[in-house]
Design a protein around this ligand. Sequence first.
Ligand SMILES: [Zn+2]
Length: 643
Amino acid sequence: MSTFYITTPIYYVNDIPHIGHAYTTIMADAITRFRQAEGHQTYFLTGTDEHGQKIEKSAEAQGITPKILADRVVERFKDLWRVLDIRYDRFIRTTDADHVAGVQHLFRKVLEKGDIYPGDYRGHYCVSCEGYVPETAPEAASGNKICADCGKETELLTERCYFFRLSAYEERLLCFYKDNPDFIRPASRMNEVVSFVKMGLKDLSITRSTVKWGVPVPDDPEQTIYVWFDALSNYITALGYPDATADFARFWPADLHVMAKDILRFHAVYWPAFLMAADLELPRKELIHGWWLKDEKKMSKSRGNVLDPHILLKYFPADAIRYFLMREAPIGADANFSHQGFITRINTELTNDWANLISRVGGMVSRYFSNRFPGQADYSAAEEELREDYLELENEVRSHFDAYAFNRGLERIMEYVNRLNRYIVESEPWKMAGQETLQPRLEAVLKTLVRAILSANALLAPVIPRSAARVREFFNHAGEGFGWKDPGEKFAVRDVEPLFPRVDPKQFFAEELQDSHPSPSPKEAQMNEKPQTPEGVISFDEFKKVRMVVARVVAAEKVEKTDKLLRLTVDTDSDTRTLVAGIAQYYTPEELVDRKIIIVANLQPATIRGIESRGMILAASDKDGRPYIPVIPEETPVGAIMR
Ligand SMILES: [Zn+2]
């Protein structure tokens, strides 16, 4: 049996799962299910990237260890994958012991070969943030770089580290791209990679002595292995590398690495070079997709426009989200997410066209034949045509899916679904129903429709697996592969329940969006037309945009080298976050710990003294600026919303 090994990137635990992670992971899941239906033995890997300075610091700010922080975020990823029906074979964490051992083995092997060597790293170091800033950071008048996080001037520092001899792989990489023109999909991304390598490759520093939270360099515990060398190795350590008897022998090289375009260079240049240095085979293909934009802007935590899939999941089944993301975005291009576009797509294609077809046909089989066909069908050329059309459709859809053009494959399936809806109108089964002599024709029409539905359903199954399983259940059909589905002549069906109940857009926008979405697009805002409010007066909807919740102070401490700032760690029930508040002259940390407070939870995060402050504590203020924190009744639950 041929194998198919597919991966998503490992997601950084300093982030929260959002629609971008969901897109990559759903795509990989749909590809996996498609390959399974074609008869491949698959291995699907996803996971989390947990090391590095950012994690170390977020954890410190929250007063917990980096591992505890990672454990919490990992649960959020796993929960979302469960809800979205993601069926992975392994969820790897870079803190897993076998991964750590595998990375160290790889490091040692390349070191022994001479392609990792000790040297000095020179960089612009921000003392207050304890980290290097990029070469591209802006310069102050003195010529030093400015730290983007705290705005302070950096110092040029030199530290001991290890380098990877990337410069030695320029020619070999270019040869590899030439021999494997399909390595990167879409092709435009391949051109980017080739031009980047042709500009010349510099050796890469791959360890740090300033970062403690990482995989220790073997025999040099002062140093930890830097993020990319650690993270990329997960694709082989997950399979048991260096143990060649494990899954590694069976599944490596990977058939497909799926990722967003911002990490292309690491996967298409550094990763192949690391593998060449270790004398390992290179992955066969990398699929690079675009970003989901919200209101035409990239979603990011700092912009506060990140779309949380859980909001949609309150109203729509997971399959609706899976379908929309695969149907809407052409592979490689950016796609814009709008709630209006989402609701229209789902209500039109999944509810009106697909689910209605199933319930109409199911309803007629139930009414006219009490769910069981007698086996006396009289077929005509029209039914044979539906079968032939299906076979043509299947060829096309499989070749689109094979090229990962899910949007085009799904578009073709929906054309066929509409063809079936037209066939019902044209053959008018309700007119045959009362007439004895037309029963064999009626049976042929309905049976052919059930067969066509089951066949199209198999093509949809990789994208919408849960509803596909229900369709098979309604029509008593077990087979999961492709082909014209023929359950025989005397088959029976079950009562059919609605698959994708229609969601009323007005209700969705009125109830949900105002609560959980900080800035609706102008189009969405129009959906809730409101009269203009006079100057100085805000509408109720504007008020509702400010999300104020009751939180409990878990920890509090003075921010070093300041006399006004307190760093608070607060529990809001849905998360634990850090706030910086200028109240240290009036409140001691001790009197705040365990106290309930009100915070503005959806305020854009700000970095104060190198600490990311996510939200603002509410306090009254007198004319001298003295703060008064309101007293919340003790029985108020944490997470309660002020309205
Ligand atoms: Zn800084």
